[in-house]
Design a binder for this molecule. Structure first.
Ligand SMILES: *[C@@H]1O[C@H](CO)[C@@H](O)[C@H](O)[C@H]1NC(C)=O
Length: 181
């Protein structure tokens, strides 16, 4: 190809790149909403009606100082306020697992928030991340969503509101920041 041809194809390539880029930015700016949600997550492991139950472990889990390998299935209520009797907004359904051999309480979380109330009734958000529960603030990615949360991406900040050493039950405050359609 002569140098004129090369220059022309470079120009075409650049203009296409710029066009695509600006179209993409305009679409993102015009359509994306940012939603902030705030609620409390109730993880009840004690009593006769637990919301989180250990479903699997390795033979070595009981010997591990961090219970490495334990897998817990949860269906934890999400409420407006910190009290368990406060208005129900949805459930956190999924799995958490003890994922560190050295660090206590370093969880892998894989869960869906299934909302029941208000404008997000029937919509879901999916969170997949690392949750070191003894840290003051834990950030986890929102990796997707459904319904009103199609194309969701964002993050959550989780803070322990209350933890009972006696029972192991916990109330966790969640702030969710999500961009979606
Ligand atoms: C949420 O949606 C379900 C199914 O459409 C409906 O039965 C229920 O009444 C709705 N709840 C609220 C609080 O709007």
């Amino acid at each position: 190809m002569d140098s004129g041809g090369t220059a022309l194809s470079l120009l075409l390539f650049l203009s296409r790149t710029i066009l695509f880029h600006s179209t993409h930015e305009a679409t993102a700016a015009a359509d994306d909403r940012e939603t902030h949600l705030h609620f409390f997550f109730h993880d009840v492991v004690s009593g006769t009606r637990p919301t989180a139950i250990r479903v699997a472990q390795s033979p070595t889990t009981l010997l591990s100082p961090t219970s490495f390998g334990a897998v817990v299935m949860m269906d934890d209520p999400l409420t407006e306020g910190p009290h368990p009797g406060s208005k129900l907004l949805g459930h956190a359904q999924g799995i958490y697992a003890l994922a560190s051999k050295e660090e206590a309480g370093a969880l892998l979380m894989a869960m869906n928030f299934a909302f029941l109330a208000g404008e997000f009734n029937g919509s879901t958000l999916t969170v997949l991340g690392r949750n070191p529960v003894f840290s003051d603030v834990r950030e986890m990615p929102v990796v997707g969503g459904s319904g009103r949360f199609r194309f969701a991406r964002g993050y959550v900040l989780a803070r322990t509101h209350k933890f009972s050493l006696l029972t192991g039950d916990a109330v966790v405050e969640y702030d969710v920041y999500v961009r979606h359609d």
